[in-house]
Ligand binder design. Structure first.
Ligand code: KIV
Length: 264
C-alpha cells in the first residue's frame, strides 16, 4: 500500500530539496487520476466557484459547496494530502473559523487553507492548537480581488515585499504548517522560502519554493479567456488527462516547471 502523504512528508521533501506537486481537484474521478499520476497534494480550492459554477470570482462559494466537494475528493482512493479552502467570510470570528474548519476536516480534509496575512496569526494558533494544520495563502488572495483592484502580481515594491516576508515569519511562529504564495515575484518567493522552516507552495511564484500548484482546468487547457502567465497547458502535448497529470508531476519534481516564461 502507498504511504499516505502527510504534512510530515512535505517537511521531509523540503529538507531533502525534493519538490512536490499540488493540483486543485473537485471530484472523485479527477482526484483518483491525479493520485495515480503521483501528485502529492489535492486542493479543493474555492476556485470551484469560477471553474465549476461559472461565477466571476470565488466570493459566492459557500461552506456547503466546499463541504460537498471535499467529500467527493476524499472518497477517491488516493494517498494524497487533501487540503480544503475556507471560503469567503467564513473566518470572521475564531468561533466561526473553528466550526468551518472542523466541518471541512470531518468531510475529509487534512489541511485547511486560509487567505490572509499577519492578522490571521491568532486564528492560525487557535486551529493549530486543536490539531488542524493550516496553510496560509498570501500574495494575490482571490477573495480580496475587490480590495486589490484585480488579479495582479503582489509584492513588487520593496515595502510590500518586506511586509509579506515579515507576515510569513509571524504566521510560521503562530503555528502555520505551510505558506502558499500566489503571483509574487520569483525573488520575493525565494526570500520568503529562505526565511522559513515550513514548506512553501507557489503558484506564479517561480521555481525556488518547495511545491507547485495549478488550477486543474488551467493546466488541462480548459481556461475560459486568456490563461494567466504562470499557467502551462500540459494537455497540449498529452494524449489523455492522466498523461497531462503525469507530465505536470514530472515537470514539477524535476524543476522543469515553472520555466522563466511562467515567472514574474
Ligand atoms: O482556490 C484555488 O484554486 C486556489 C489556488 C489558486 C491555489 O487557491
Amino acid at each position: 500500500m502507498t504511504r499516505p502523504i502527510t504534512i510530515q512528508t512535505l517537511n521531509e521533501r523540503r529538507s531533502t530539496g525534493q519538490p512536490f506537486s499540488c493540483l486543485t481537484a473537485y471530484d472523485a474521478t479527477m482526484a483518483t487520476l491525479a493520485g495515480e499520476a503521483g501528485i502529492e497534494v489535492l486542493l479543493i480550492g474555492d476556485s470551484l466557484g469560477m471553474v465549476l459554477q461559472g461565477h466571476a470570482s470565488t466570493l459566492p462559494v459557500t461552506l456547503d459547496d466546499m463541504i460537498y466537494h471535499t467529500r467527493c475528493v476524499a472518497r477517491a482512493d488516493t494517498a494524497c494530502l487533501i487540503m480544503a479552502d475556507l471560503p469567503f467570510m467564513t473566518n470572521t470570528t475564531t468561533t466561526q473559523t473553528l466550526r468551518a474548519a472542523g466541518l471541512l476536516m470531518q468531510s475529509g480534509a487534512h489541511v485547511i487553507k486560509i487567505e490572509g496575512e499577519a492578522w490571521l496569526a491568532e486564528t492560525v494558533t487557535a486551529l493549530a492548537h486543536r490539531g488542524v494544520p493550516v496553510c496560509v495563502h498570501m500574495g494575490l488572495t482571490p477573495q480580496s480581488v475587490n480590495a486589490l483592484g484585480g488579479y495582479r502580481v503582489q509584492g513588487r515594491d520593496t515595502g510590500r515585499a518586506d511586509a509579506m516576508l515579515e507576515a510569513a515569519m509571524t504566521l510560521e511562529q503562530a503555528g502555520a504548517s505551510a505558506i502558499l504564495l500566489e503571483c509574487v515575484p520569483r525573488a520575493l518567493a525565494a526570500r520568503i522560502r529562505e526565511a522559513l522552516a515550513v514548506p512553501v507552495i507557489g503558484i506564479g511564484a517561480g521555481p525556488d519554493v518547495d511545491g507547485q500548484i495549478l488550477v486543474m482546468h488551467d493546466m488541462l487547457g480548459a481556461t475560459t479567456g486568456r490563461p494567466p502567465k504562470f499557467v502551462k497547458n500540459f494537455m497540449a502535448e498529452s494524449d489523455s488527462i492522466s498523461d497531462a497529470f503525469r507530465a505536470y508531476h514530472e515537470a514539477v519534481t524535476t524543476r522543469r516547471f515553472p520555466a522563466p516564461e511562467h515567472c514574474f
